[in-house]
Ligand binder design. Sequence first.
Ligand code: TXA
Ligand code: MG
Length: 321
Amino acid sequence: MTIVAATPSAIRRAADLLRAGELVGFPTETVYGLGADATNPAAVAKIYAAKHRPRFNPLIVHVADLAAAQQLAEFSDAAGRLAAAFWPGPLTLVLPLRAEAGIPDITVAGLATVAIRVPKHAVAQDLLRTFGHPVAAPSANRSGHVSATSPDHVAADLGAHCALILEAGSSEIGLESTVIDASSGELTVLRQGGLPRDKITAETGEKIALAGATGRRPNSPGQLLSHYAPRCGLRMNATAIGPSEALLAFGPHAPDTKGPSINLSPSGDLREAATRLFAALRELDQPGINCIAAMPIPDTGLGEAINDRLRRAAAPREDDA
Ligand code: TXA
Ligand code: MG
């Protein structure tokens, strides 16, 4: 594994490695991805193996633009409107997979739908255009662990499995894309993420239902309750800190603590908090710490997705998350 600055020649090398069926870590504006040629079943199998990801949990297919996405999936009018409004960006659409798309079963876990995303990050765009084929990429973390928002996180979780990691600093958004099921008449959020629901409604007028995905039975296969989890425990809505606890603070009124603590945003800015969330969870997950005590975070805008991640980190652990 090598971490290399994402120069044009490094991006060409990464595209060559994808062509050769290897795995490449690369930046997007949401989180870092672990990429493979989405049309190559053997390459995609390496993703599941590297992440210890259950084979029933389908991958997101990344393409450079809407035209490339239309080769892969059927777009309803509403899906087209969302794509026009928010691509490239932190939105993934689940759509009916076209038979002639050339996407093998393993990439979509045998489903009749495919999740497609057009990332905005310049390096991701360059890689997709240089490679010229769809790239399957989950977040570049061990399955169930906190997503990777820096090249070092990728190396820590998956270094041994990446032929190359393209380095481009910390992820700008820091939360995964919002996943919307647009495969039927109704639009449903399967995973809250970097594109807040209220922003979608404000900009397009589309009403988006929220899938009741907090039970043990996920309606998006990846939405197991325990996920995004540090090694130690986590509790939410903390107002005081106990012994052997680390503080995950938010806003100007953090309680005093002698132990490790990180304030996601002293000014109470949800964007800033989202950017720092996953790195903070990794950093506070230290030897001697039993639990991360997370202060309350407003449940509006990006706060919805932040609280979703904290709830999953706080949930009882499941083996296959
Ligand atoms: O921001 C992101 O979306 C990042 C970057 C790398 O693009 N990727 C990412 O992928 O978070 P992953 O694999 O960690 O999460 C994909 C989610 C999972 O919850 C999965 O179950 C769901 O999307 N998904 C994928 N295909 C699906 C499908 N056909 N139907 C329903 N859900 C699907
Ligand atoms: Mg993930």
